[in-house]
Design a protein around this ligand. Sequence first.
Ligand SMILES: C[S@@+](CC[C@H](N)C(=O)[O-])C[C@H]1O[C@@H](n2cnc3c(N)ncnc32)[C@H](O)[C@@H]1O
Length: 246
Amino acid sequence: MSQDWIFGIHAIDGAIRRQPESLVKLWVARERQDQRLAEVIADAQAMGLAIEWVSKKTLDDKSKGAVHQGVMAQIKAAKALNENKLDEILEKAQQPLLLVLDGVTDPHNLGACLRTADAAGATAVIVPKNNSASLNATVRKVACGAAETMPLVEVTNLARTLRALKDKGIWVVGTAGETDKELFGVQLTGPLAIVMGAEGKGLRRLTREHCDELVAIPMAGLVSSLNVSVATGVCLFEVVRQRQKV
Ligand SMILES: C[S@@+](CC[C@H](N)C(=O)[O-])C[C@H]1O[C@@H](n2cnc3c(N)ncnc32)[C@H](O)[C@@H]1O
């Protein structure tokens, strides 16, 4: 397994709590005095994690401009999963909730979507292999530990995957701002895949055609669309809200 880095107190705290076995070593800036950082260091020491004390400049250089808050961690980087793992993942899920990102290329958006998917209890995130952000250090930092815990499945042909999901009884709901049907009026309690479009172009034509229905989040202002990670949060937590009522 290859190694990667995560930066910042929140991301490392998340990894200590949820994926401690992924951590290899902590690098901490000697100059930094911070109560929250002290707590993270204490937790790391309690689990016997190696700590290297370095200068702030070393962290600045290593993080290449990312905000590190005086701490970074070397991790065994979880990789994106091959599509042949999807069946196995679905078999274990009681009520599948899949997030499908059709060409999200900004690592900040992918990281935020992974974090939100984790918070909403999603089963997995599916992305097309080409034309998507890859699982890099920025994604991991923004995901705050969720990149290590939320299965990210790369597929070679998204339309084929959506067809296969439908064959398994999963209802595929695409999201598009210009659609008449509102998200809040659609039943989202069964096995479900929510499909989000790319930052600039939205859903591709073929992806749209493979959705069982298209829904919109009502927009009250002058702006025509939400950022994809924000829209993801609205959609996934509408699913959570509806499922809690059942
Ligand atoms: C920035 S938007 C893309 C806007 C793009 N110009 C379009 O025509 O769809 C990125 C994605 O976020 C989701 N999204 C953003 N605002 C939405 C809304 N009001 N209703 C439904 N989905 C929305 C959709 O999945 C969309 O493809």
